[in-house]
Design a protein around this ligand. Structure first.
Ligand SMILES: NC(=O)c1ccc[n+]([C@@H]2O[C@H](COP(=O)([O-])OP(=O)(O)OC[C@H]3O[C@@H](n4cnc5c(N)ncnc54)[C@H](O)[C@@H]3O)[C@@H](O)[C@H]2O)c1
Length: 569
C-alpha cells in the first residue's frame, strides 16, 4: 500500500510540474505536453482508485483511516489539476485562434519570399481561376486584386495542409498515448497482480509463519514421536529379538529328565512338554522312558519328545546337548523312612547318572531332585570334580518344594492368597535342615505354638504325603510342579531375564568357614546358572536356633555324599 501511495505522490508532483510548465505559455505549449498531462491525470486517477481499493482491505483501523484521508486529498488534488488543465487548454485555444486570425489577416506579399516565411511555397499553383487573362480580369478585378487573391489562396492552402499535418501529429500522439496507456494498463495490471500476489503471500506468510510456529511446536511432537517410534521399534525389536532368542533358546533348550517314568518324572515331563521355552524333551528311565515319551509327544505343543532306551548309549544320547538335566531318578521314601535312609540306594543311582552327564553334557545345568538332596548334590559335585568339569554355578539341589509348601501353609494359617506369600527357606532339604525364616515373611509376628506348628509342618510336610500315600511313594505332583518351576526360572534367566531368584541348594560361601560347602538360600539365576547367592539375612533368636541345628545335620549330610564318592568313585 505504501508503494501505491508513493506512486500517487510522484504522479501528482509530475502532473503539477507539467501543469506549471503548461501555464507558463499556454499558447505555445506543445500538444505532446497536453497529451502527457492528460495521460498523467488518468494514471493518477487509476493509482488513486487502486490505493483506495487497497486501503479498504487494511486491517489496522488507524492505518486505514490515514489511507482514506490520503485518498481524499489525492482526489481533491486531481479535481484541481483537471480544472487547471481545462482552463489552460481553453486559454491555449483562444490564444491560437487569435494568432491564426492575426496571421491570416496580417500577411503581406513581400513576406512571401522571405526564408523564414512559412507560407513561401514554390510548389503552390501559379495559375488561378481568378488569374487575369490577357484580356483582363474575368470578373473585372485589377492586377493588385489578383496578387491579393493569389496570396489568399496560398494562405488557404497552407492552413489546409497545416491542419491536416497537425491532425496527423495529434492522431499519432493520441495513438502513442493510447499505446502508452495500454502499456501502462498492462503494467498496472501486472502491478495489481503483484500486489494481489503480495497480499496473498502476506496472508500465506502469516499462514506459513503460523504453520512454522505450529511446525516448531509439532517438531517436538514429531521428534518425540520419532523418539517414541524409535523406542517402540527398539522395544519391538528387543521383544522380537527376545522372542527370537527365546525361540532359538527354546529351540536350543533341550531338557533331559532322568527317571522320567517315575512318580515325579511323568508329571514333571508333562509340565515341561507344556513349557514353550523347552524345544526338546529327552526322557530317560531304566523303565518305560519311550512309553512316557510317546504319550507326551501327542500333546499339541511344538517341542519334540524323545524317549531313550535304558542303556549307556540311550543315556548318552539323552544327555547330549542338553541345557538342563533334571534328576528325579531314585527310590522314594516309604512310611517311617527318612530321606537319609534313601542314601544307600539313591547315592549310586545319582553318582552313575552324574558320570554320564559329566561326559555327555558337562556344561548343562544339573538339577538334583533325588533324595537325600543334602548328599546327592555333593555326590554330583564330587563326580564332576573327578571328571574335571565341575562348575559350582551349574549344580543345584532342588529345594523349591520347601518354599512352595511354606507359602501355602502360611497362607492357610493367615487365610491369605498363597501367591502373595513368600517365605524364605534356607539350609538343606531334609527334616531339621529345612529352616523357614518366618521373620522375613509377610507375617513376622507369628509366634508361639502357631509358629512352632507352622515351622514343623514346613520341615516335615513331605511326611504328610508319604504317610497319606501309605507306601505308594512320596510327593510327586507337587514336586513335579516345583521342579518345573525351577527349570522355567533357569530358562528365563538363561534367556536374559534379570532378577530371577529361586531358593536352591548350591555350592555356597555362606557357611564354608564352618566346613559346610553347600547351603540353600535365595539365589539369583543368570545365563550361567548361579549369578548371586543371597545371604540368609536378619534372623531372630528362634530362627538362629533352627539354623544352628540345621548346620549340624547339614554338615554331616554333605560329608556323607563326599565320602561316598571317595569310597565309591
Ligand atoms: N527334592 C525333593 O523335594 C523331592 C521331593 C519328592 C521326592 N523326591 C525324590 O525324588 C525321587 C523320585 O521320587 P519318585 O516319587 O518319582 O520315585 P519313583 O520310584 O516313582 O520314580 C523313580 C523313577 O526313577 C527311575 N530310576 C531308578 N533308577 C534309575 C536309574 N539308574 N536311571 C534312571 N532312572 C532310574 C525308576 O525307574 C522310576 O521310574 C526320590 O528319590 C524322592 O525321594 C525329592
Amino acid at each position: 500500500m505504501n508503494s501505491l501511495f508513493n506512486s500517487a505522490l510522484k504522479q501528482s508532483s509530475a502532473v503539477r510540474r507539467d501543469l506549471d510548465q503548461f501555464s507558463q505559455s499556454p499558447a505555445t505549449s506543445s500538444p505532446a505536453l497536453q497529451g502527457q498531462i492528460a495521460a498523467s491525470l488518468s494514471s493518477l486517477s487509476r493509482t488513486i482508485d487502486d490505493y483506495s481499493a487497497l486501503s479498504k482491505k487494511e486491517l489496522i483501523p488507524e492505518k486505514q483511516q490515514k489511507a482514506f484521508d490520503r485518498v481524499k486529498n489525492f482526489r481533491t488534488e486531481l479535481t484541481d489539476y483537471r480544472a487547471q488543465f481545462d482552463r489552460l487548454r481553453k486559454e491555449r485555444e483562444e490564444a491560437q485562434s487569435v494568432t491564426n486570425r492575426n496571421e491570416l489577416l496580417g500577411r503581406r506579399p513581400h513576406h512571401a519570399a522571405t526564408p523564414e516565411n512559412p507560407y513561401a511555397q514554390s510548389s503552390l499553383p501559379t495559375s488561378s481561376a481568378f488569374a487575369p487573362t490577357s484580356s483582363g480580369l474575368s470578373f473585372g478585378a485589377g492586377p493588385s486584386n489578383h496578387t491579393r487573391e493569389t496570396q489568399a489562396l496560398r494562405e488557404q492552402s497552407f492552413f489546409a495542409t497545416t491542419n491536416t499535418q497537425l491532425d496527423d501529429f495529434l492522431d499519432r500522439g493520441r495513438a502513442v498515448l493510447a499505446d502508452l496507456g495500454q502499456q501502462r494498463e498492462v503494467l498496472k495490471g501486472t502491478q495489481r497482480r503483484l500486489y494481489s500476489v503480495a497480499n496473498t503471500l502476506g496472508i500465506s506468510g502469516d499462514t506459513i509463519r503460523m504453520v512454522e510456529r505450529r511446525a516448531r511446536q509439532d517438531k517436538w511432537i514429531f521428534w518425540g514421536g520419532v523418539a517414541f517410534i524409535m523406542f517402540a521399534a527398539r522395544q519391538s525389536f528387543n521383544l522380537f529379538q527376545k522372542r527370537a532368542f527365546s525361540a532359538s533358546a527354546s529351540q536350543a533348550s533341550k531338557v533331559a529328565v532322568l527317571g522320567a517314568a517315575g512318580g515325579i518324572g511323568q508329571p514333571l515331563s508333562l509340565l515341561l512338554k507344556l513349557n514353550p521355552r523347552v524345544s526338546e524333551l529327552a526322557l530317560y528311565d531304566i523303565r518305560g522312558g519311550p512309553g512316557v515319551a510317546a504319550d507326551l509327544s501327542h500333546i499339541n505343543t511344538n517341542s519334540t519328545v524323545t524317549g531313550y532306551n535304558p542303556d549307556a548309549a540311550g543315556l548318552r544320547d539323552c544327555l547330549k546337548d542338553s541345557e538342563i538335566i533334571l534328576i528325579p531318578a531314585g527310590v522314594p521314601r516309604k512310611p517311617g523312612m527318612t530321606r537319609d535312609d534313601l542314601f544307600n540306594t539313591n547315592a549310586s543311582i545319582v553318582r552313575d547318572l552324574a558320570k554320564a552327564a559329566a561326559e555327555a553334557a558337562p556344561k548343562a545345568h544339573v538339577l538334583v531332585i533325588a533324595n537325600p538332596v543334602n548328599s546327592t548334590v555333593p555326590i554330583v559335585s564330587e563326580v564332576y570334580k573327578a571328571k574335571g568339569v565341575y562348575d559350582p554355578k551349574r549344580l543345584f539341589g532342588v529345594t523349591t518344594l520347601d518354599v512352595v509348601r511354606a507359602s501355602r501353609f502360611i497362607s492357610q494359617v493367615q487365610k491369605t492368597d498363597p501367591a502373595g506369600e513368600k517365605v524364605p527357606v534356607v539350609g538343606g532339604h531334609s527334616g531339621v535342615t529345612i529352616v523357614p525364616l518366618l521373620s522375613q515373611s509377610n507375617h513376622a509376628s507369628i509366634s508361639g505354638e502357631t509358629r512352632d506348628a507352622l515351622v514343623n509342618r514346613i520341615q516335615f510336610g513331605g511326611d504328610e504325603v508319604v504317610k497319606a500315600k501309605d507306601g505308594a511313594g512320596s510327593a510327586t505332583l507337587s514336586m513335579a510342579m516345583a521342579g518345573a518351576r525351577f527349570a522355567e526360572s533357569l530358562l528365563r534367566a538363561a534367556q536374559g531375564e534379570k532378577g530371577v531368584i529361586e531358593p536352591t541348594f548350591v555350592d555356597s560361601p555362606l557357611y564354608k568357614d564352618q566346613g559346610i560347602d553347600f547351603f540353600a538360600s535365595r539365589v539369583e539365576l543368570g545365563p550361567n546358572g548361579v549369578e548371586q547367592i543371597h545371604p540368609v539375612g536378619q534372623v531372630n533368636e528362634y530362627e538362629q536356633k533352627l539354623l544352628d541345628a540345621c548346620l549340624v545335620d547339614l554338615k554331616k549330610n554333605i560329608q556323607k555324599g563326599v565320602d561316598f564318592v571317595k569310597a565309591n568313585p
